[in-house]
Design a protein around this ligand. Structure first.
Ligand SMILES: NC(=O)c1ccc[n+]([C@@H]2O[C@H](COP(=O)([O-])OP(=O)(O)OC[C@H]3O[C@@H](n4cnc5c(N)ncnc54)[C@H](OP(=O)(O)O)[C@@H]3O)[C@@H](O)[C@H]2O)c1
Length: 366
């Protein structure tokens, strides 16, 4: 039986069931190595007015979760804490005054939202004072149940399996934001996207292709290069063998890329600035290669290049991305599933760069 079939059966068996008083969750009570992720029994949340409880069918993992667990990006978390921004689940309890969803519906929580309704209009949403990312500001999806504001879920009409859907919210919505909104990529552009087999890179390649751009991407391993090609990359550069600035210059007739999406940061960023054309845009999105760098500012401003940050996403970005999923222009990038009890192993795979696309936890598979 495939993992998809197993999961479909689990979903059928548990549909519309009442939540239990306690639930299994991968809980962290301190920062540290992967072993701080403890699989344990913890009280099931009771939804506040305006919130719902969902039974988590599948929970996606992002590299952010690894940084949060280490304690390297956010110095304080209210412990005990449950990580995980990505989920798909069935509505099992409606908090007071919830009318927009029904018990038993399958929903996808937005990957970040304002908690206070008075902030709902603020864009970018991440600048709202009450902005919350599940798994950071509130408990997340590494659990059998998850509480979310009812107004920040979308119905899952993708037709995909839960584990495929769980790969999507963060990488899909933030890729749309970084490539389409911040990078302003359009048809005919030549775009360089770093780490093309990563969770984010694999989605950004597809967003850029859906917009009609040509895509060059970097990897450090030929097998990951083949994967990036299968997603539509026109040029794959293995940076262990080739210099990406030279390759992009050759690909663009000496000009440089119109847009570079830099998921790596560190000492890669100055080279990304070299690889973009005069007046072109470098979008700073991640820092896998480091948070610090130096660069020659004359190379940057003489050619009037733009350096723009892209962080989190707006509900409109998720909606646009899900429309591409429904029409098949963008596909989920599921690497593998693991039972929730193996959350520590999943983090070890991410920390050692062994994931292609996205890895997903199944809270009901144990
Ligand atoms: N701005 C936002 O809204 C946003 C949203 C999501 C993620 N992010 C950030 O984006 C970055 C990528 O996240 P992700 O979840 O996509 O990561 P991921 O799936 O874990 O993939 C990261 C990949 O980077 C490559 N890599 C690792 N170290 C490297 C190095 N020193 N030099 C070059 N490549 C290296 C590895 O691929 P190879 O082995 O193939 O090289 C690795 O698989 C992270 O910094 C994350 O925090 C930002």
């Amino acid at each position: 039986m495939t993992s998809a079939t197993v999961q479909e059966n689990i979903v059928e068996d548990t549909a519309n069931s009442q939540p239990t008083e306690t639930m299994k969750a991968a809980v962290i009570r301190q920062f540290g190595d992967v072993d701080v992720l403890q699989y344990e029994e913890i009280d099931t949340p009771k939804p506040k007015p305006g919130h719902i409880l969902i039974k988590v069918l599948a929970a996606g993992i992002n590299r952010l979760d690894h940084y949060l667990r280490e304690g390297s990006v956010v110095p304080e978390l209210p412990f005990p804490h449950i990580l995980g921004a990505d989920a798909v689940g069935e509505v099992v309890v409606l908090g007071e005054s919830v009318t927009n969803v029904k018990i038993g519906e399958r929903v996808i929580p937005a990957p970040g939202f304002p908690l206070k309704e008075e902030d709902d209009h603020i864009r970018p949403a991440v600048t709202a004072p009450s902005f919350a990312l599940p798994g950071l500001h509130i408990w997340g999806s590494y659990a059998q149940y998850m509480e979310v504001p009812a107004r920040w879920v979308v119905k899952d009409d993708t037709g995909l399996t839960p584990e495929e859907v769980a790969t999507l919210p963060v990488v899909l919505a933030t890729s749309v934001r970084s490539v389409k909104e911040v990078g302003e990529v359009k048809a005919g552009d030549k775009v360089l996207i770093h780490a093309g087999a990563s969770g984010s890179g694999s989605m950004q390649i597809q967003v850029a292709k859906a917009l009609g751009a040509q895509v060059a991407t970097t990897v450090r391993d030929d097998a990951k290069g083949e994967y990036a090609k299968s997603l539509g990359a026109d040029l794959v550069i293995n940076t262990r063998k080739e210099d990406f600035v030279e390759q992009v210059k050759a690909w663009t007739g000496g000009q440089g890329a119109d847009v570079v999406i830099d998921n790596l940061g560190g000492d890669v960023l100055p080279k990304s600035i070299d690889a973009v054309r005069p007046l072109g845009t470098v979008v700073v999105y991640g820092f896998v290669a480091g948070t610090q760098t130096t660069f020659d500012i004359t190379k940057f401003y003489f050619a009037q290049k733009k350096l723009r940050g892209s962080m989190a996403s707006d509900p409109e970005n998720l909606a646009w991305g899900l429309e591409q999923i429904r029409t098949g222009r963008i596909k989920p990038t599921l690497d593998r599933t693991l039972p929730l009890s193996q959350a520590a192993e999943a983090h070890r795979l991410i920390a050692t760069n062994q994931v292609t696309g996205n890895i997903v936890l199944l809270p009901w598979a144990d």
